[in-house]
Design a protein around this ligand. Structure first.
Ligand SMILES: [Zn+2]
Length: 81
């Protein structure tokens, strides 16, 4: 079996055992790690900063997705014109 398929199957197996953290939403295996790797050592103030950073990242990714969607529509229109 090719290596990329083995890696993909391993990733799928690992993701099946992960669930979201109740504080920050990060996916991790609760059976292996007792604390969340992202927010397990943070106090409430640091957690708020982490969540604000995550919001900025999500907003930027959505904006980038919108830009690529517009570019895809424009490229399609130009191709068929
Ligand atoms: Zn967390």
């Amino acid at each position: 079996m090719p290596l990329y398929i083995e890696n993909r199957l391993r990733w799928i197996r690992e993701m099946r055992h992960k669930s979201p953290c109740k504080r920050c939403g990060t996916l991790y295996n609760h059976h292996i790690k007792a604390k969340c790797p992202d927010c397990g050592t943070l106090d409430s103030h640091e957690l708020r900063e982490l969540l604000a950073q995550k919001d900025v990242i999500v907003r930027d990714l959505r904006r980038m997705g919108g830009v690529f969607a517009v570019l895809a529509v424009l490229a399609t229109l130009l191709f068929f014109w």
